[in-house]
Ligand binder design. Structure first.
Ligand code: HEM
Length: 88
């Protein structure tokens, strides 16, 4: 099961990698796809591994901390009122 998910991710990122190499945009994926070390592009396996790190490190963390924050504010209306009064 996990192997299927990981290979699905790798296939997705490989396609994305080739698209970003062919048509770079103003995004992190294009930076990774066009990065060079000593004049050589990053090997595709290394580049897709970077996409995997950013996707996993960047998704679970932000989604869980956002969910935790909303839950905390829902359970503490006084704190929620403070945030609404002063979002900064
Ligand atoms: C609330 C959001 C986040 C939290 C709480 C968080 C927390 C952390 C922590 C604690 C580490 C250190 C892990 C260790 O050394 O064992 C780490 C590393 C890392 N995080 Fe985050 N992170 C968050 C969001 C993100 C986002 C949005 C990205 C990317 C888009 C990201 C990418 C990374 C990467 C690539 C590393 C490894 C850095 C390295 O080893 O050089 N994180 N994060």
């Amino acid at each position: 099961m996990i192997a299927a998910v990981v290979s699905g991710f790798r296939r997705l990122f490989r396609e994305n990698h080739r698209n970003r190499r062919a048509d770079p945009r103003d995004d992190l994926a294009s930076v990774i796809a066009n990065a060079k070390i000593n004049g050589d592009y990053l090997p595709e396996h290394d580049a897709t591994s970077y996409y995997m790190i950013v996707a996993t490190a960047g998704h679970d963390t932000t989604s869980s901390s956002t969910a935790g924050a909303v839950w905390g504010l829902a359970e503490n209306p006084d704190e929620f009122a403070k945030v609404k009064a002063n979002p900064s």
